[in-house]
Every structure is written in C-alpha cells, then in structure tokens.
Design a protein around this ligand. Structure first.
Ligand code: B3K
Ligand code: ZN
Length: 876
C-alpha cells in the first residue's frame, strides 16, 4: 500500500453538514441507510464527491433524491466517487453489512449477542460511504431498528429523541448528537444488556445521568467504574474547569474489543476488563486500571472530542494529552509520586525499547501505511511526557491557562499538535518553536552529565551534553528544548539553597533548568562541600540520564531524596549496574556458579525498605522491584536474552537468600487480617507484602513454601491470591493450585486470563509446550484480543527466557500464531508481530533465525496490510 504523508494534507473537498443514519440491525445482515448533506463553498469550483468505503456491499446510491445507475458513479476498492459538481448535495447510500462475520472488530461487529461499532481510526468507512477523515465534522441523527427480543437496548451518541414500534414488530429508537463530530467518534450498541444508573451534578448545577451497560451478570462488578467516572468528572472541573456537555453519559462493556476502550461522544465503549472490578476477581492493579481507563475516555470529551484532530498524524494531540491527564488523575487518587515512578518504569520498559528498535517513529509521524499501527507507546506515553514537560515549564497555573486557551480557541474544530503547543506558549508568553522538535524527532535523547566541585571557589559545576542516537530514516538529530529539574543535597540528604554565579541571592532549593543547546554548563555557588546532585527530578524529561555517581551517592539519594522518582531511580541504577556487571561477567549458569557477593550497602538499603523505615509501602514495593528486562537490554549493545533473564532470576534468588529474614518478617508484619478494601494505603501494603512474597518464591525450603501455599489458600481477594499463584507458578509444586484456580474460574473468562497469563510467564522449561496446548483450551479463542493478550502476546513479549529459546522454537510459535490471528484480526496480529522486532540487538545466531522467520512470514499470501507493515519495518 502507498504511504500517506503528513505534508500532503489538504482541506476536505466537501464538508459534511449533517448525517442521517438508519440501521436495520441483525447479526447476520444489517442494512445501513446514510443520508449525508455535503457542501462546497460557493467560490470553490466543481469537484468530484469522493466518499471513503471499504469492503461494503452497495445496494443503492441517490443524489438529491434521484437514484443513480452504476454508470453514474465510480467505485474503487476504497471509495465511491460521484462526478464533479459544486454547491450542496444530499447523497443517500444504502449498504449491507454482515456484523457476525466481522472478526477484525472494526466497523460494525458482534461481541456475544451484542452488536457494536468501533470507528476509530477508519472503521466508519466499513459501515457506509462517507468522507471518513477527522476534519469533517457533522451533526449526526441515527435511528436504530431491531428485533426487541434480541436487542432490547439500542444506544447511540447524544440524546435519545424518540422511540416506537413498527408494523413488523421491530422497535426503533432515534438519537441525536448536537455536537458536530468526526465519523471516528460515531458509535452504536444494540443488545440484551443490564444497566446500572448513577448521576453527577456539574458545578454549574446541571444534572447528568450516568449509565453503565453490561451483561446483567456483570453489573454488580461495575460500581467501581461508575465511581471512577464521577471522580474523573469532578477532577476535570477542579483542575481545569471543564464540565461535561450532554445530559447523559453512557459506558458500555463488551468482551471482544481491540483496545482498552473508546471515547465515542457520550457513549464510551469498554473492553469489559476495564469496566468490571470486584475484590474477588480483580487485583489492586485492575481496580486502578479501571479508574485510569474510565478517566482517560472521559477526559477525551474535551481533549479529542470537543477539539478533535485535523488528521490522524495528530493522534498524540488527543492521546498524549489524555494520557497526561489520566496519569495526573490517577496520581491524585493515590500518590502522585508513586504514580510517577510506576509510569516512568512502564515508559522506560516499553517506549524506550520501541524508540530504540525498528519500529521507532516520532510522536507525530511523517508518514504511515496503516494508521491502526500507530496506536503506540510512543504516541501515547512519550506524547504524554511532552505535555508534562510543558507543565514543568509553566507550572500548574500556566499549564491550566494554556490548556484553557487552546480549548477555547479551537472548540468545535479539528486542530494540530503545533496549534496546541503554540496556544500553550501564547498563554505563557513563551516561544516553543524549538520545543516542537519533540514531535518530529524519534529516539530517546541521552543526557550525559559530568560534575565538578571546586572547594576553593565554593562552586559546583554540571556540564550537561544532550545527544540522540539515530533512528530509522532519521540519521541526524537536532538539540531539543527540555526541562532539567534539579536540586543539590547536602551530606544529610537535605536540599541546599541554590544560587548561580550571576544571582545575588539564593532562590529556592529546586530548579527547572531549560536546556536548549548541545552542551549546557550550570554553575552553582556557595558550596564549600561537594553536594550530591538530584537530577531529572520527577523525571522532568523523557531521556536517558547518564551521570557518574558513586554507589555511596546513589544510596544517599535512595535513602533521603524527597523526590520519589530520584529516590527509586538511584536505587534502581545501583541494581542495573550490578545486574549488568554480572551479565558481562558471564557468571550466569545458575546459582551453582558464584556471583561476586552482593554489596552489603545495597542489600542493607533493600532490607531497610522491607522494614519500617518510614517509606510509603507502595513506593518501597516499586523500589524493591528489580529493573525490567527491557530496561536492562536498553543499556546493552548486544543481548543474549536467555543469559540476561538468567542473571535477573539468579540475582533475585540470591537476594531472596540474603534477605530471607526481613522478607519473611515484612510478609508477616503486613498481614493485618483486615477485609479487603481498594484504598491507596491498603493497596500499598499489599503491594509491598506481595513483593516480598515474589522474592520468597525463589526459595525452596518448607517454611517458605508453606507461606506461599497458605497465602493462596486463605486469600480473601484476587490481589493476594494471584500474587501467591504467580509466586508458586515457577515450581513443580504449583500444579495443584494451578488446577484449582483454573477450575474455580472456568466460567469467568476475564479471571481465566490471569491463569493463562501465569502459564505464559512461567520459567518452567515446558512453558512453550503448555502455552501451545492452552491455545486449544475450551475457554481460549484466537478471536478474542484479551485471551490472545493474556497468553500468546504475554509469552512472546514478557517471557524472554522461554520466548528466546536458542532453538528458535519461540519464534516459530510466534510465526504460527501471527498467521492464525491475522486471518481473523489484523490489528491483534500486527501487535503480536512486534515481538519479532528488536532483532538488531540480539546475538548473530538468533538474529539469523528471526530474519528467516520474518522472511517466510512475509511471503505468506493474503497477509493483512497491518501485519505486513510491521514485518516490513522489521526486515528492512
Ligand atoms: N481512542 C481509542 C483508540 C482506538 C483505536 C483502535 N484501533 C482508545 C483511547 O486511547 O482512548
Ligand atoms: Zn485515548
């Protein structure tokens, strides 16, 4: 397929004013009548009317009421084209769809007995012929007609205007959405669903009806989502003064969904994983994820829906911003510092890896072949970091002003990333021209810092060099404009007053230094003693920081810095150093080969976190987690994945042996026997307790095994139960509990996914065989993205030890799954295909096997464009 280029964007030839849709719904056959009023400005000359459409059965076409014969229009694989004309035209198109046969989960499809749509990014063109681009905004009226028995609930965007019954017995409902919107925000749902009701009074005193629809049996688990929605609505009012703008806000949960959820105007559709949570079946992480996703979709109502995208290249304009807002919201719900640490970990583990591999792309790409492949870590998470840097530059009030300025200027319009950045800059009288490079430049920038203390002059100098490694199609990089937030700590860990040479008096103890040049020198005065630098506080920019600090300095920061990110980062850096040293030493053949002993200062720091040293348990849990595989590979030029995974596990086992007593004590101490509540403090204690348990799982003595089994047997909630199951799963004594879990939850697919996942991530040598056999489990389905994600994608992305088996069996399995899944759901297959990326860093033998695997996959007939694009990026 031909790439689409950002700079080729032209305003639409025809604007749609209104769309009137009628759906005669049936699972096997649905008839769609779309009447669209299109207009061209009078001064524009005649132009063909080109409407996008894919895989549609066309029944009829009318223009201004007159039926057109096939000779009066042209049809291509992706369009319907009427001859040139000008002014206004009303086009009526009737198309036929077969939702039950639509396994790609885009356009109109069936999930169980429910019919629903997913239109972003280009699903509307699979429903009818229409200018399916985000800068065509129209007012939608939609009538749904269906059998009342099969589809008692009929939902669409906006407000319900009218309903009735037809002579043939079918019922109908008409919905009107008064807010002009692009087609990607259109949605309908028809099914037999139960409903949970709630309400919210906006601060201007309007009452909004809140509704959650899900399968009747799932409703008791939807209360948390409803509560999260109310919290998100209140938060957006408090933080940004943004209120909801319709009378009803509806959330619907379905079992088959390609992403987490979708922000269709007034009718958000969720993967049921992100709508349901109760203590028995959801973990603390699941509860938190429900809040985050519900809030994310809600926040889109302003950032995405009221102000939408000019074209799909601007995707991060809404996604980066919505992620930024959901991260801030989630932080405020619990602990901003802990939230930040865990968001940064995820960014580094996934987005940094993406940015260093064959799929690296800018936050705003210059071209794409398949837009659905651009819902990436980079667009979402690095996009969020860009927004966060603006917040760091301008502070809470300045950022708020900037966002409000942007929203009021572009309300009801389709905007671009630079319009957003310019608006924020304008509101703060700042020039952000250089800052815009963040959107265009791929790759993770590196900050190399050297420090120098001059006791005589009592100055401390930091020299910061920025650089960025080349990425595909971008060999050279320009310097970026970024905030480096820093403080200097004294020997007691307290922040020192900051004064630069050209300032007359110290001002504050924390600074945001703006870097713009390749090299920046920062000199601070009045420092008779060498301070310890606390750099990149709060992870003020999405960069790799390299600063040669001694272990002693790092441990001082880990113990005393009041910035949770720098605290956790400093300990993390010590662990990274240790693990890499061990990796290079090659002493990785398991516990039998002695590693150099663990530094006592480091184990002492870890033991401190397990004790009652005053650290927030949620933060302690994160700090105790070993660096991830992705983070470690990021610091290596060539990776033997099995060796790296073995070093990780070996070190974890050794830590468990050394820390056995404090681990057991921590686990015991945090068992308060209180009933489960999802509250920040309780969840933090559970996280720390279960982190201890995960270390203890490395030990095989009977006392510890007994602790693991007891926790599994007595847990009153899924967090503790799953932690125990996971801890047990690597060992032979796990079979019984695995079977118990699988049996207990055999009828609850979302819970069974956790069980699939535990199998997929196990270190047992027979893991691949078990994963393969589970793909034949009665509850497993290639067609369901959650099942595929829990088992196959998890194995291929998150089990490096078994996936990268030297004989290539993991790669062969991936290839076989990519083909099976691609035949059903190209988006899911393309996501899976990413596991064969990053070959460049592997050892030559593995590189060779992967290349062969990729080439043979690429030769397969009928591979989807989505998967082909990913494979092409990986082979070139
Ligand atoms: N905007 C949706 C993305 C859906 C795209 C599906 N290919 C989810 C979200 O970020 O809110
Ligand atoms: Zn989003």
């Amino acid at each position: 397929s031909v790439p689409v280029r950002r700079l080729d964007h032209r305003p639409p030839e025809w604007r749609a004013e209104s769309v009137d849709l009628t759906f005669e719904l049936g699972a096997d056959r649905t008839r769609v009548t779309a009447r669209t009023v299109l207009r061209r400005a009078p001064e524009q000359g005649p132009a063909p009317v080109r409407l996008d459409g894919r895989d549609l059965i066309l029944e009829s076409v009318r223009a201004d009421g007159r039926a057109l014969g096939p000779e009066e229009y042209e049809r291509t694989a992706d369009a319907l084209i009427l001859p040139p004309r000008s002014g206004r035209v009303e086009v009526e198109v009737v198309t036929l769809l077969a939702p039950a046969a639509n396994t790609g989960l885009t356009g109109l499809y069936a999930s169980g007995g429910t019919l629903l749509t997913q239109c972003e990014p280009e699903g509307f063109r699979r429903i009818t012929y229409f200018p399916d681009r985000p800068d065509v905004l129209a007012v939608y009226t939609c009538t749904l007609i269906a059998d009342e028995n099969d589809f008692p609930v009929l939902l669409c965007n906006g407000d319900r205007r009218d309903a009735g019954r037809r002579a043939d017995g079918r019922h109908w409902v008409t919905w009107v959405d008064p807010h002009p919107k692009p087609s990607y925000l259109f949605a309908l749902v028809a099914g037999r669903l139960g409903r949970l009701d709630g309400g919210f009074r906006t601060r201007s005193g309007r009452d909004v009806r809140l509704r959650v629809y899900a399968e009747e049996s799932a409703l008791p688990r939807c209360g948390h989502a409803l509560e999260a929605l109310r919290a998100a609505m209140a938060w957006d009012e408090d933080r940004f003064g943004l209120e909801y703008d319709l009378d009803t806000y509806t959330l619907v949960g379905v079992d088959d969904f390609n992403m987490g959820a979708m922000e269709n105007k007034g009718l958000n559709i969720f993967n049921s994983l992100y709508l349901q949570a109760d203590p028995e079946t959801a973990t603390d992480k699941d509860f938190a994820a429900v809040e985050t996703v519900v809030a994310h979709e809600y926040f889109h109502n302003w950032t995405g829906n009221r102000v939408t995208l000019r074209d799909m290249f601007q995707l991060s304009l809404k996604e980066g911003l919505a992620v930024y807002r959901d991260e801030r919201f989630s932080g405020d719900r619990r602990s901003p510092g802990v939230q930040r640490v865990s968001d940064v970990r995820a960014l580094r583990e996934r987005q940094f890896a993406e940015d260093a591999g064959p799929q690296a792309h800018p936050v705003r790409p210059d071209e794409y072949r398949e837009i659905s492949n651009f819902y990436t870590w980079t667009v979402y998470k690095k996009g969020s970091e860009i927004i966060r840097m603006l917040h760091t530059f301008f502070g809470e009030e300045g950022f708020r002003k900037g966002l409000r300025h942007y929203l009021s200027r572009y309300d009801g319009q389709a905007a671009t990333c630079e319009q957003f950045v310019e608006a924020v800059g304008e509101a703060n009288q700042a020039d952000l021209t250089q800052f815009m490079r963040w959107y265009g430049q791929a790759g993770t920038p590196v900050l190399d810092v050297t420090t120098h203390h001059d006791p005589e002059a009592r100055t401390y100098t930091l020299v910061v060099r920025q650089s960025c490694p080349p990425t595909p199609k971008q060999p050279g990089k320009e310097p970026l404009h970024l905030p480096l937030t820093l403080a200097l700590l004294g020997p007691d860990g307290r922040r020192l007053p900051l004064r630069t040479a050209d300032e007359s008096a110290p001002a504050g103890t924390e600074r945001v230094c703006e870097l713009r040049e390749p090299v920046t020198t920062l000199t601070f005065a009045d420092l008779p003693e060498r301070p310890v630098p606390s750099l990149l506080r709060g992870f003020s920019a999405p960069v790799r920081l390299r600063v040669p600090l001694s272990t002693e300095d790092r441990l001082l920061l880990a113990a005393h810095d009041d910035d949770p990110f720098v605290r956790s980062e400093s300990l993390h850096d010590c662990l990274v150093e240790l693990l890499l040293e061990r990796y290079h030493a090659g002493a990785a053949q398991g516990a039998a080969v002695p590693y150099p002993p663990l530094p006592a200062a480091l184990t002492g720091a870890l033991a401190g976190l397990l004790g009652e040293d005053g650290t927030d348990p949620a933060l302690a849990a994160l700090m105790l987690e070993l660096p991830g595989f992705g983070t470690l590979s990021g610091s290596l030029d060539e990776v033997d994945p099995v060796r790296l995974a073995t070093v990780l596990h070996g070190t974890r086992a050794e830590l468990a042996r050394v820390l056995r007593a404090p681990l057991l004590a921590c686990h015991r101490r945090l068992d308060d026997g209180r009933p489960y509540v999802f509250a920040a403090a309780d969840a933090g204690r559970r996280a720390l307790r279960n982190t201890s348990l995960a270390y203890l799982a490395e030990l095989t003595d009977p006392e510890v095994r007994e602790v693991l089994h007891r926790q599994y047997a007595t847990a009153d909630n899924m967090t503790d139960r799953l932690a125990a199951l996971t801890a047990l799963a690597d060992h032979a004594d796990a079979d019984e509990v695995l079977e118990e879990f699988g049996h207990r939850w055999r009828d609850r697919p979302l819970v069974l996914d956790k069980w699939f996942n535990v199998h997929a991530l196990s270190r047992r040598p027979d893991t691949l065989a078990r994963v393969r056999s589970l793909t034949g489990h009665p509850a497993y389905s290639d067609a369901n993205p959650n099942r595929v994600g829990a088992l196959v994608i998890a194995f291929c992305f998150d089990n490096p030890l078994r996936f990268h088996a030297a004989d290539g069996s993991g790669y062969a399995f991936a290839a076989e799954q990519i083909l099976r899944i691609d035949a059903l759901n190209p988006q899911a297959a393309a996501r899976l295909a990413g596991c064969l990326g990053g070959r460049g860093k592997l050892d030559p033998a593995r590189r060779e096997i992967i290349l062969r695997t990729l080439r043979s996959l690429r030769k397969t007939d009928g591979l989807s464009p989505e998967t082909s694009e990913i494979l092409d990026n990986e082979t070139t």
